[in-house]
Design a protein around this ligand. Sequence first.
Ligand SMILES: O=C(O)COP(=O)(O)O
Length: 218
Amino acid sequence: MDLVMFDLDGTLVATAGEISDAVNDTLARFHLPAVPQAQVERWIGHGTRELLLQALASAGQTRVEVVRASSTLALIAAEFDRHYQRRSGTLSQLYPQVRETLTALRERGVKLAVVTNKESRYTATVLDAHGLTPLFDCVVSGDTLPTKKPDPAGIRSCLARFQVPPERALFVGDSSIDVATARNAGVRVWALPCGYNLGEPITACAPDRVINDLSALR
Ligand SMILES: O=C(O)COP(=O)(O)O
């Protein structure tokens, strides 16, 4: 392999606890009931803004489209932004073997990238909080390109940047969105079972291989 691309939430870092806290800080500020972390985990995958919309719809007992069109959304999103930036890195943890494996792959000259649907300002905070930023050659966030996963543009931009053919690359993720993204780009995909797969078992989306931790890459 010449290039390995990783999803972020649920693959490199367990982030659900602090996302959930930031969501509930925001809901409390607007006198809305809290949502359980288990529910927040099922909303991870389409980007933090989409997650916030889901939480607001659930807490307010309305539809996501109603929240999306609401005139107060910008105000609520700004409040969430403050809480999430403040909470980032406070509860999240690297999964076992992440730092060791990234370091070993880098030493072998493998290019490393993050391709996440998380917006870039949050991606940067989370990667910095865990000292991961220097380990990656490229980071593609949910708002880096006009489209996000499962569109293959993020993977393709990494392949093009490092001039790696799809068969010499691997994508590692934790969800059906990651599997679909890799398939759309013609890249092999390995998946971790203990991340956030929209509440479904990872085997349901048939990755090329299920791995228990990143040491399988070494
Ligand atoms: O922010 C999200 O919802 C998803 O992020 P991920 O693509 O790293 O899983």
